[in-house]
Design a binder for this molecule. Structure first.
Ligand code: ATP
Length: 446
């Protein structure tokens, strides 16, 4: 998609990438071998954050609804799927190459007709297929060629009949899936924004043709509600009505929902009206009927589809960008401040909810602090940390976005109470140990 001029804040992006590495959210993959271009691994905190996104999404769009069921399909499907879906023919991006430095670019992602790297002349665009090819079995023969899925969607179409029959859902209903997708992107980059291996959370919502416009509007609103839950500010989100000639081959209407990333405004999610293109083609190609029979009216038809699609990694990136804050925080010295970095995640997304911090490593404090940790960890993701000064430990918890720090000090031994510090306000409250769980439960639900 053609993008508007990008507003550049590479400094902020560098800070986020560096924080992610420093604190173990996300780091370059295969680093001990010099890394592997554009491959990223989620570390201990990153996997928690990503899982929270996925679990929150599943809870909202699958568990909390009576009109949705989930599947988890194979990554490598019968290659005929990709013929029927049109991906082998049409899932392409326009590629240009610089005649001077031989760097390659996606023609629709650059402005002007010169090489962005060296100013050289560019070749005319040719269509490059993004499908990731692989071979099944020991012989690398063309008969064994298969593809990693470039979207999770197709399994929802191919399995439509099975799911409709076994779940006994009536139209309108949806099938949801979370999983990996692979695309041989021409120019991956911008950290986890565009990689060749990524995760999607997708819904195929099956409807009668006449209902497509109102269902499209409905899902548009649902997507905005979800982005609100991720803490993304409305003013950072923009709809791009995709013009016909730029739409995917299967779509009659597409809105790209864009987010103001530090490197520019670009696609976060997509909403498409896929008509009956996919089910229709799979029915033709497989020779199987994929019609839906309305049990009341006995009407038979191929359902139409509205598809809200959500990138997992782009969700994580948007949440990191939105949550990142630098501010001046008071020190223990009267009237003095120092800079602090804090990830103000919505509480439900925070990888660690509560940190238990005994003031010192002394055994008498550990004796009280350990049981508190063991009790709390049954309810929330917790961390126990007794190294370094308390100030440094607060800074670390701020940087990883932990909503509450519980400090056990020598007074605790007397008054059976602890200090609870709030990440955002930095206010501290003295809470009785016996009331701590209920206090934190309430606070974390706020
Ligand atoms: P783009 O225009 O950025 O290439 P697209 O329009 O091809 O994206 P879709 O086919 O709509 O993307 O994919 C659905 C969602 O999957 C996107 O909205 C995005 O969140 C995510 N996604 C797509 N490609 C990538 C990628 N290479 N890396 C990470 N996430 C991706």
């Amino acid at each position: 998609m053609k993008k508007e001029e990008k507003k550049n804040d590479s400094d902020l992006m560098d800070k986020i990438v560096s924080l992610c590495k420093r604190r173990g959210f996300i780091f370059p993959g295969s680093e001990i071998y010099g890394g592997m271009a554009n491959s990223w691994d989620y570390g201990p905190l990153g996997v928690e954050l990503k899982n929270n996104v996925k679990q929150g999404w599943w809870k909202k769009f699958v568990h909390s609804r009576t009109d949705m069921v989930g599947i988890d399909a194979a990554l490598i499907m019968n290659p005929k799927v990709w013929e029927a879906s049109g991906h082998l023919k049409n899932f392409t991006d326009p590629l240009v190459e610089c005649k001077k430095c031989h760097e390659r670019f996606r023609a629709d992602k650059i402005s002007g007709d010169k090489c962005p790297a060296c100013g050289g002349e560019l070749t005319t665009a040719k269509q490059f297929n993004l499908m990731f090819k692989t071979f099944i079995g020991p012989a690398e023969e063309s008969a064994n060629v298969a593809y990693f899925r470039p979207e999770t969607a197709q399994a929802m179409f191919v399995d439509f009949k099975q799911v409709a029959e076994t779940s006994r859902k009536r139209i309108p209903f949806g099938i949801a899936q979370i999983g990996k997708a692979f695309r041989n992107e021409i120019t991956p980059g911008n950290f986890i924004f565009r990689t060749r291996e990524f995760e999607q959370m997708e819904i195929e919502y099956f409807i009668r043709e006449k209902d497509w416009e109102k269902t499209f509007e409905y899902w548009h609103e649902e997507m905005y509600k979800w982005m609100g839950e991720l803490g993304l500010k409305k003013e950072h989100l923009h709809d791009l009505e995709v013009p016909e000639k730029e739409r995917a081959h299967y779509s009659k209407r597409t809105i790209d929902i864009e987010y103001d990333f530090p490197f520019g405004t670009d696609e976060l999610y997509g909403l498409a009206y896929r008509t009956d293109f996919d089910l229709g083609n799979h029915a033709k190609s497989s020779g199987q009927s994929l019609e839906y029979l309305d049990p009341e009216t006995q009407e038979k038809f191929i359902p139409h589809v509205i598809e809200p699609t959500f990138g997992v990694d782009r969700s994580v990136l948007a949440v990191l960008c939105e949550s990142y804050n630098e501010e001046e925080a008071p020190t223990s010295e009267e009237g003095k401040t120092e800079p602090r970095v804090v990830l103000k995640f919505p509480k439900w997304l925070a990888p660690i909810k509560v940190a238990i911090l005994p003031l010192s490593k002394k055994e008498e404090l550990a004796k009280v602090a350990r049981p508190i940790y063991e009790d709390l960890v049954k309810n929330f993701a917790c961390e126990y940390d007794e190294t370094q000064s308390i100030g440094k430990r607060y800074r670390r918890q701020d940087e990883i976005g932990t909503p509450y720090c519980v400090t056990v000090d020598f007074e605790t031994l007397e008054d059976k109470a602890v200090t609870v510090r709030d990440r955002d306000t930095m206010k501290q409250e003295r809470i009785k140990i016996e009331e701590l769980i209920n206090y934190l439960k309430k606070k974390l639900e706020e």
